[in-house]
Design a protein around this ligand. Structure first.
Ligand SMILES: Cc1ncc(COP(=O)(O)O)c(C=O)c1O
Length: 420
């Protein structure tokens, strides 16, 4: 099948969706999406696909930046925008604060922490930078993080080094660790009496590798060191159990795998650590141990925060475990078939506990930029090239609307490219 034929066939599949019909008011029709829970897997994922309005000019295997919103959530989000535009200041003065707290409470159940330990932020950047910049650093204190961590978080540590004179120790996580202990000891080896904070990615964004956060926390706490977890890719993707991880701070973006509107995130701070952190913006809450002290951001798009509830409803209609299993199945579906190709390098561990929906693939003698260009221009497959640290390849992130036909097409395309 040529690129043109495949994309054309895809277009017919997508546009035949019954959910794409417009109602009289010009909005998408609503559906009762809870009814389908009992469907068998095959039927179930077909109906999920129909919830998404998909562009039919390429296969989207880059859902890692932002997981756009399925139509049922989008409809409800648009209703929230209308409501805010209708009620205006009345909503802001009467319901805004209590609604935000109720939504945060729902999120705290999803990630298993106390409701007094979680606030809604705009994204992971805000959550993590708040902790890095607000931490009680003293000159020559040390921080440890990995070169595979998200670039702008590393930059925030570098900025803090300039501002406050801290010292950053940067480790490198292997793409195929032998065991958890190998990773834990990489962090442990860097610890000195001056180490105050370790930042660790729950799921490394460039490879999708899941790190043994619980064990890293256990080790760090034995030295009285705090752990900040970058969970940008985890909430709504895999089970996040903060009590079990026992980290001190956890940040995530809800516009990623929860498919909430853009500009939504969360921050968890362990109860006894709240008073330690200085706020980024000054607000009107002054009790040191109240997490709301850290949460003042001024006027912002509240309809986005309101629609987090709709994204949570949608997740409930799928089931987090079912979604996690599906995303892992999709990743293994393509990566297992390509691992044995001697011209292909998979930069992500295969073990189920070390990866889920995201993985990274390289082709020998092709730099990542060239590979993503060929995939897009010759095969109509959209990915992102990663070329730093020990990662050289394209990140492949299917979403729950992705089907096996698209992945078969991707596999065949890679085999052809690798054979050249
Ligand atoms: C690991 C990781 N951390 C942090 C971020 C920043 O997320 P946001 O831009 O939503 O703040 C990203 C974004 O892709 C990421 O992958």
């Amino acid at each position: 099948m040529t690129k043109r034929d495949f994309i054309k066939a895809l277009g017919v599949m997508t546009l035949s969706s019954p959910f794409l019909s417009f109602g009289d008011n010009g909005r998408f029709m609503d559906i009762n999406y809870f009814d389908r829970k009992a469907l068998n897997d095959d039927e179930f994922w077909k109906t999920i696909r129909k919830d998404y309005l998909l562009k039919n000019d390429y296969v989207n295997l880059e859902n890692g930046y932002y997981c756009f919103i399925p139509q049922p959530t989008l409809n409800k989000y648009i209703e929230k925008i209308r409501k805010i535009n209708f009620e205006g200041s009345f909503y802001m003065r009467n319901d805004l604060d209590s609604d935000k707290i109720k939504t945060a409470e729902r999120l705290s159940k999803l990630v298993n922490c106390d409701k007094e330990e979680l606030v809604i932020t705009r994204n992971t950047t805000e959550s993590l930078d708040l902790i890095i910049s607000g931490f009680p650093w003293e000159k020559n204190d040390e921080a440890i993080f990995a070169i595979q961590d998200y670039g702008s978080m590393q930059e925030m540590f570098k900025l803090t080094a300039k501002r406050k004179g801290i010292v950053n120790k940067i480790i490198s996580v292997p793409n195929h660790p032998k065991n958890d202990e190998e990773i834990v000891s990489l962090y442990e080896e860097q610890i000195t009496s001056k180490t105050k904070l370790i930042m660790v990615s729950h799921m490394i964004n460039i490879t999708g590798q899941i790190l043994p956060v619980k064990k890293i926390c256990e080790m760090a706490h034995s030295y009285n060191i705090d752990v900040l977890v970058d969970g940008a890719h985890c909430v709504g993707h895999i089970t996040v159990d903060i009590k079990d991880l026992n980290c001190d701070y956890y940040g995530s973006s809800l516009h990623k795998w929860l498919s909430a509107p853009l500009g939504t995130g969360l921050l968890f701070v362990k109860k006894e650590k709240i008073s330690k952190i200085e706020a980024l913006f000054a607000g009107h809450v002054h009790e040191r141990d109240n997490i709301l002290r850290l949460n003042h951001i001024g006027t912002h798009p509240v309809h986005s925060n309101m629609a987090i509830n709709d994204a949570l409803d949608y997740l409930d209609s799928v089931g987090l475990k079912r979604k996690e299993n599906r995303l892992r199945y999709l990743q293994r579906y393509w990566s297992d078939k390509l691992r044995s190709d001697t011209n292909v390098i998979i930069n992500t561990p295969s073990q189920n506990e070390r990866s889920c929906g995201i993985a990274n693939i390289g082709v020998k003698n092709k730099n990542p930029e060239e590979l993503s260009k060929i995939l897009f221009e010759e095969y109509g497959i959209f990915t992102v090239a990663i070329n730093y640290a020990n990662v050289k390849g394209c990140r492949i992130t299917p979403n729950i609307y992705t089907n096996e036909e698209e992945l078969d097409y991707f596999i065949k395309s890679i085999i052809k490219i690798a054979a050249n």
